[in-house]
Design a protein around this ligand. Structure first.
Ligand code: HEM
Length: 238
């Protein structure tokens, strides 16, 4: 009973959706700060710095707790989001002449499920290309010792080579950019909506939160998207 009240009531689901969604926004900021290191000019120092950072992110106990919270948030948010989308589609009025959703809501707010599904597909491909390689031994033959004496896996070279690949580098960069566009649209509605769902709803702050949401939804995905194109077009080839 207690479990169903906490997880199953539609109000509780709304809170969890908002809570996990906003937590994932925080995760995006942390992840972006790490990725921005890939813009450094190619050097042994840049390589060591990125690989030491990646090692820290996979081994530090406090970061590990945050990582597990992130995995749980993605799974929970995606399952609940897809269930909600299916439920809403079934409940949608059919053949109602005066029902014109486009006149009273944003495109992104009506397509959160489609945008979320694109993001989910991206997360699965992205994790299999980088995270799984780091976690499950794919990079074991690249282990080397940095100038600081740390034994690291060479995620840096894998990442740079993926986006500098003569055949597929640009295709990966474009696919990555497309996924960031989906995140941008998802958050152009989701960011402010998440605050509303959590009850942060006051005429004094709503305008500010909406503007902050738009700024976040443009700047964060854009900064992510710039990185693979920069690696392909600008960064020295490795
Ligand atoms: C980077 C990953 C993601 C972030 C940062 C994120 C963020 C958010 C936020 C902040 C909300 C607003 C919650 C609310 O209105 O209370 C939201 C809503 C939603 N998300 Fe995500 N999301 C992500 C990935 C996904 C994925 C993978 C899916 C599904 C496969 C998904 C499906 C949805 C749906 C359907 C809603 C609308 C819920 C509603 O109408 O109440 N999201 N998301």
């Amino acid at each position: 009973m207690a479990k169903s009240a906490l997880l199953k009531s539609s109000l509780a689901k709304k809170y969890w959706m908002a809570f996990t969604g906003l937590f994932l926004c925080l995760f995006l900021v942390g992840h972006l700060l790490g990725n921005l290191q890939l813009l450094l000019p190619v050097s042994e120092t840049a390589k060591d710095q990125f690989n030491e950072y990646a090692l820290f992110m996979t081994t530090n106990p406090a970061v590990k707790v945050l990582s597990y919270l992130t995995y749980i948030s993605i799974i929970f948010h995606a399952i609940d989001g897809l269930m909600l989308t299916i439920h809403n589609r079934k409940a949608r009025p059919q053949g109602y002449v005066s029902f014109k959703p486009s006149t009273n809501s944003m495109w992104s707010s009506r397509n959160m499920g489609i945008l979320g599904s694109i993001i989910l597909a991206f997360i699965i491909i992205h994790m299999s290309m980088f995270w799984a390689e780091m976690k499950f031994g794919g990079l074991d033959d690249t282990i080397y010792t940095t100038a600081n004496g740390e034994e690291v896996k060479d995620l840096y070279t894998l990442t740079i080579k993926t986006f500098q690949d003569a055949q597929y580098g640009l295709i990966w960069a474009i696919a990555y950019g497309f996924a960031m566009l989906a995140i941008a649209f998802h958050l152009s509605h989701g960011f402010a909506s998440g605050f509303q769902s959590l009850g942060v709803n006051h005429p004094k702050y709503n305008g500010f939160i909406r503007k902050l949401g738009y700024a976040f939804s443009v700047l964060v995905p854009l900064a992510f998207a710039v990185i693979p194109f920069y690696i392909y077009f600008v960064l020295e080839k490795i």
